[in-house]
Design a binder for this molecule. Sequence first.
Ligand SMILES: [Zn+2]
Length: 307
Amino acid sequence: MRYTRWFFITILFGLVSLPARADFQVFACEPEWAALVQEFVPDAQVTTATSYLQDPHYIEARPSLIAAMRGADLAVCTGASLEAGWLPTLLQRASNPAVQPGRSGLFFAAEYAQLHAPHEHVDRSMGDVHPEGNPHVHLSPDQLPAIADSLAHRLGQLRPEASGDILARYIRWRGRWSQHRAEWRQKAEALQGHTIVIQHTNFSYLLDWLGMDARFELEPKPGLPPSASHLSQLLTEPGLMHVDAILIASHQDPQPANWLANQIQKPVLVVPGTVTDSGETQTLAGLISMIVNTLEATVQEEPGGGL
Ligand SMILES: [Zn+2]
């Protein structure tokens, strides 16, 4: 009799103390959103469609990604047509009713940001200009908190049993972000007015925020590959001799940057365009710090550059 009673009590406690659902499946279109989800829900099972070595505009909707999308509780993507070449196919083939436009299972970061340069972002696969603006908003020190706030709320809605923990982690993340932002602001003083050549607009939000001039692009238009005629045209720009460096992302073809660097005798800086699998660049704050430090070191070495 006594044994039976304890048996039932044990069963009852066993049920009550069951861990919160550990199989929360998240599909992240880009690594920056995977990293952000893991800040707030460390036990989420996250599949990331692209890596820092890939161009997020152009990937294939391969079967493993379709399967991951089919099983996802939430998909977190950039939106603003960044994934226009592959995400619609993926969503359609996965036909996951929870993860569809307009449903809470599909989160687009760009919907919570103020996009720059509308009508200027081009997508080769569409042969068209994206009206929404520059979608590469994940390196914007000012816009990330709004995106993170909305993401944390969405995660809390989808995992109500963990919403208190998610909110607490978000508040801590926000505090750390503000501290980092103050450090970046301080370092920006040395960077203001300096000119950097970029390949694509993927660093534009950060460079603008730092007060740097990033008007020279290796691409003739954002999204169109660098062409010989555009590069020769760039060489005739009077301001080009005052640039400090050419900044490209790890996934971008270094050839055009190297060619120009050779012509103008300036360094090429290659940094990850998004978070990586290891080291300080595993988080967005770490990545921004690394880029800011790289720029700071370059500007210090180039006394002839700047204003
Ligand atoms: Zn782009």
